[in-house]
Design a protein around this ligand. Structure first.
Ligand SMILES: [Cu+2]
Length: 697
């Protein structure tokens, strides 16, 4: 429904532009026509029809906007109503008041009336262009009064200039009797100068978008407090950037904590110790392609790290030959901030020949994964990832009547384009796995690709026992349902191995996206895709969530996800992905204090889904589209938000630090959709940019 409305809006705005241009040209011609002895009615009729079409399209646009409001809520229309509606409706009123009466009938028209018609119609066209510009290139998202006043003032100024211009023009035409040739020359000159101006502005804007060589990840001018207390000394205002920086600096003098101090235990014998060596390696994919992968320990996925709840884990990262540098981020594990592995925020990228040691205690269980968070949109795609499994403290060892298999879905760039591959662990990757009948099987499905994958499991009823490492409450057995896993997300699927083969496959059905589990590795399996998609909000049996949606929240934030169809980012032109109308580093920074209960509303107004990943915390899902969850509580680190959806999530601020909050379609994060959650008194000494070589996205 959201997609239909959005497409309709674009169509209406384009229709409005066409009407505006048509009426605009006709109204301009009318200025000349009124001086002819017997004015041809063509200009007048075209201007009349164009004006009416414009007014009707504005009314239709308003109706669509109202429908979106009633269907999807205020967050989907707030910028339309506050910023764009005046830009369309006021010129339409002007046209109705000044142009339509003059154009009606065929009574002779005075030159002044023709000038008024031209000014009104051109004002309508200008308003339409401004709105198109906003919708495509500079979405207001969360409007403020300053913004709407600014655009309205721009339009009012344009209207006044147009009025003056056309009045003067009719007098000049009257005096000198210029003909159509002069009009054509003027139009051409006007168009040419507009194109030149536009190109100059384009280049200037591209140049201006370049990041400085060194930049903090934290930008006080973007601080938002979510209606909660503003911590002492902090100031949030775009107008007082300088003061805000000063305030933070002085706060840093008193009680600030550096992320470098927020480490795991520095001493003590680790319960589990691993070494990860980042290195390039040619690998052969199940698709038959050989690619240069960037790997941990020469394998893709990297080694599976299995630990137990409560373990002190020590991981030494060594970079052998990844020139960009690497880090390790523990996706889904709430580690102390300094161990989070974000280049330029919690550490510097580890360059070739260097090493870095991570130490932290794991206080949770489940299927998680690790990946580089340096140039992550490139490095994760090229293979710098692996599984991080935390077994329950007192659970049984794997093996002995059970099979525990981690499977990654990953997108590889090959000479034949992008290929999706399902990876079994270990060097003996292949499309087969032998499991004796009667075995209790746990498949840990991890989507390390950016784009959403649809998994199908055929040949057995199964349960989704955990999502993002969080155990589902009383999961029921289902058959033939597809599992939709966004980038970075994990599902644990359990079943008892039957006597016949079981096939795990992805939508797309290339052979490399199928894995067959059988007792002898011989039998052909029933490979099917399709079927309904399991809805995690209605799965398992209901139980109260760890955070009650009716609780009193200390802070409430809003994240509106938008697309900027063409924008400039760090000196490049591309489609950009915005949060609250801005791309990083101008995206909001949510400021919390330790102990706060925080609610965030996430609104997706784009045509793409976005797996939103919050570092260092788990998000308790409260509701979707205003309806509370119906099944098991869901506690996620990566929330897949579909187009047109609104989620409410909550978390307890219990892990001090500065944390990324970004889309796990890593290209989206690299093109703007990235922001931070920061605890009021935490600072970072690290920077991003060319100077440090830190590029987290
Ligand atoms: Cu995204």
């Amino acid at each position: 429904m959201f997609e239909t409305f959005s497409a309709l809006e674009v169509l209406l705005l384009m229709g409005l532009s066409i009407a505006g241009v048509m009426a605009g040209i006709a109204a301009n011609g009318l200025k000349y026509a009124v001086f002819r002895p017997s004015p041809h009615p063509l200009w007048r009729r075209a201007a009349h029809i164009g004006s009416w079409a414009g007014i009707l399209l504005v009314i239709l646009w308003g109706a669509v906007t109202a429908a979106v409001y009633f269907a999807l809520g205020w967050a989907f229309v707030m910028d339309r109503v506050v910023v764009m509606l005046p830009l369309l409706a006021l010129p339409a009123l002007l046209v109705a008041a000044r142009a339509l009466p003059a154009l009606r009938g065929d009574k002779a028209m005075t030159p002044e009336a023709a000038a008024n018609v031209a000014a009104a119609v051109h004002t309508m066209a200008a308003g339409t262009l401004l709105v198109l510009y906003l919708v495509w290139f500079d979405i207001p998202s969360v409007p403020d009064l300053r913004e709407s006043t600014m655009y309205l003032a721009m339009l009012a100024g344009t209207a006044a200039l147009l009025q003056l211009y056309h009045r003067r023009r009719v007098r000049t035409i009257e005096a000198r009797g210029r003909g159509y040739l002069a009009m054509a020359i003027r139009s051409a000159a006007f168009t040419l100068s507009a194109v030149v101006l536009l190109m100059a502005w384009f280049l200037w804007s591209m140049e201006r978008s370049k990041f400085p060589a060194s930049m903090s990840m934290l930008h006080p001018e973007t601080f938002e407090y979510g209606g909660g207390a503003v911590p002492a000394g902090a100031v949030s205002s775009a107008h007082h950037d300088h003061h805000a920086r000063h305030a933070v600096a002085s706060a840093a003098g008193s009680a600030a904590i550096s992320v470098t101090d927020l480490t795991g235990p520095r001493t003590g014998e680790p319960d589990a110790r691993f070494t990860l060596v980042a290195q390039k390696q040619m690998i052969e994919l199940a698709s038959g392609h050989t690619v240069e992968a960037w790997t941990f320990n020469g394998q893709v996925p990297g080694p599976q790290l299995v630990v137990r709840e409560g373990d002190l884990v020590e991981v030494e990262l060594i970079n052998k030959d990844i020139e960009l540098g690497v880090t390790v981020h523990w996706h889904g594990v709430d580690v102390p901030n300094a161990e989070d592995g974000v280049a330029g925020l919690t550490q510097n990228a580890v360059m070739p020949g260097e090493s870095h040691t991570y130490r932290f205690v794991v206080n949770e269980t489940g299927t998680h994964w690790y990946h580089s968070h340096q140039a992550s949109s490139v490095q994760v795609a090229k293979g710098l990832f692996g599984a991080f499994i935390i077994l329950p403290k007192d659970g049984a060892e794997a093996g002995g009547g059970t099979a525990d298999v981690t499977i990654f879905s990953h997108d590889w760039e090959t000479p034949d384009g992008t290929r999706t591959v399902l990876h079994l662990p270990g060097p003996a990757s292949g499309g087969q796995r032998i499991i004796p009948p009667g075995t209790e099987v746990r498949l840990r499905l991890v989507n390390s690709a950016s784009y959403t994958k649809l998994f199908s499991l055929h040949g057995t009823p199964f349960r989704v026992s955990a999502i993002d490492g969080w155990d589902i409450h009383e999961p029921e057995a289902v058959t033939g349902m597809r599992l939709k896993i966004g980038g970075g997300g994990r599902y644990d699927v359990t079943f008892t191995m039957p006597d016949h083969p079981v096939a795990l496959t992805l939508d797309g059905r290339e052979p490399e996206t199928t894995i067959i589990f059988s007792k002898d590795g011989q039998e052909a399996a029933d490979i099917r895709t399709g079927g309904p998609i399991l809805d995690p909000l209605a799965y398992g049996s209901y139980a109260p969530a760890p955070i009650d949606g009716n609780a009193v929240f200390d802070r409430e934030f809003l994240m509106v996800l938008d697309q900027i169809y063409l924008g400039h980012y760090n000196g490049h032109s591309n489609t950009l992905w915005a949060i609250n109308g801005e791309v990083f580093p101008r995206t909001p920074t949510f400021v919390v204090e330790e102990g706060d209960l925080v609610k965030t509303r996430i609104v997706n107004r784009t045509f793409s889904d976005h797996p939103m990943h919050l570092h260092g915390h788990h998000m308790v899902v409260l509701s979707r589209n205003g309806k509370p969850y119906k099944g098991s509580p869901l506690v996620l680190d990566t929330l897949l938000v579909d187009p047109g959806e609104t989620y409410e999530v909550a978390f307890r601020a219990d892990n001090p630090g500065i944390w990324m909050d970004h889309c796990h379609i890593l290209d989206h994060a690299a093109w703007g959709m990235s922001m931070h959650l920061t605890y009021a008194n935490v600072t970072t000494p690290y920077t991003v940019g060319e100077a440090s070589g830190n590029h987290p996205e």
